[in-house]
Write a protein that binds this ligand. Sequence first.
Ligand SMILES: Nc1ncnc2c1ncn2[C@@H]1O[C@H](COP(=O)(O)OP(=O)(O)O)[C@@H](O)[C@H]1O
Ligand SMILES: [Mg+2]
Length: 267
Amino acid sequence: MSTPAILVENVTVHYGEVLALDSASLTVDAARICGLIGMNGSGKSTLFKVIMGMIKPDAGRVLIGGQSPTKARKEGGIGYVPQSEDVDWQFPLSVRDVVMMGRYGHQGFTRRPSKADRSAVDQALDRVELSEFAERQIGQLSGGQKKRAFVARGIAQGATMMLLDEPFAGVDKRSEATITRLLRELASDGCTILISTHDLHALPGLCDEAVLLMRRVLMHGAPEQVLQPENLAMAFGLDVLNRDLPEEPGRKHPTARATAAGTESRS
Ligand SMILES: Nc1ncnc2c1ncn2[C@@H]1O[C@H](COP(=O)(O)OP(=O)(O)O)[C@@H](O)[C@H]1O
Ligand SMILES: [Mg+2]
């Protein structure tokens, strides 16, 4: 058996009294695009942070390509697009500075960007269609442009894995299309992608596989299968509600559909 790109095994995380992940297990193979869905508070961002090695699990283990997250991150293998809430948008960094952060691992002790660093940054900016905004302070971009800047950081870094925490929240259609196209390109170059989203409609077009999270992994399979109303009902906490619903022809679980659709407007 080949080593999975992401191995999360029985991972439990608490924040004080709050149980955020409860023996969660997930494996993702290389070059796959895996969509992560679950209601707010289901542990999606925590899962990303554990995979990044930013949070140490209370129990269980995480291996990235067979090595520790800390090691994988130090080697520049993991690109991370954080959810907007986790970024200080006032920080005095230009778009170019943010993308250049992806090159730190390639730079020497002095952190002086080389010609190769500059050219990697220019190319990444070009790929995400942000060249003309390179000198702008990062907070002075639209929601979608901000996400694209972080995707560019991962590209400049040469990451073999990209973790995207709700990259489509509050994002315009053009940015969503650009990001989707880029992720497809990156995956076909061998990059493994884990992406959380509330945009359930976009899931089959975006992802090879999908995961339903509710503190633990409830289900992992083909997007079409995971999106079955009865499975969504389970992840969005409606199983009890739906158990006794009479089946209407062509509309098996109206409550589940309504709720799943309702998550899209949330950011
Ligand atoms: N820094 C934190 N301190 C305390 N509780 C937290 C912290 N971050 C997340 N939580 C709690 O952990 C649970 C999972 O949160 P999170 O991973 O952010 O979920 P999601 O990204 O799916 O919305 C929630 O109950 C949330 O309130
Ligand atoms: Mg989150």
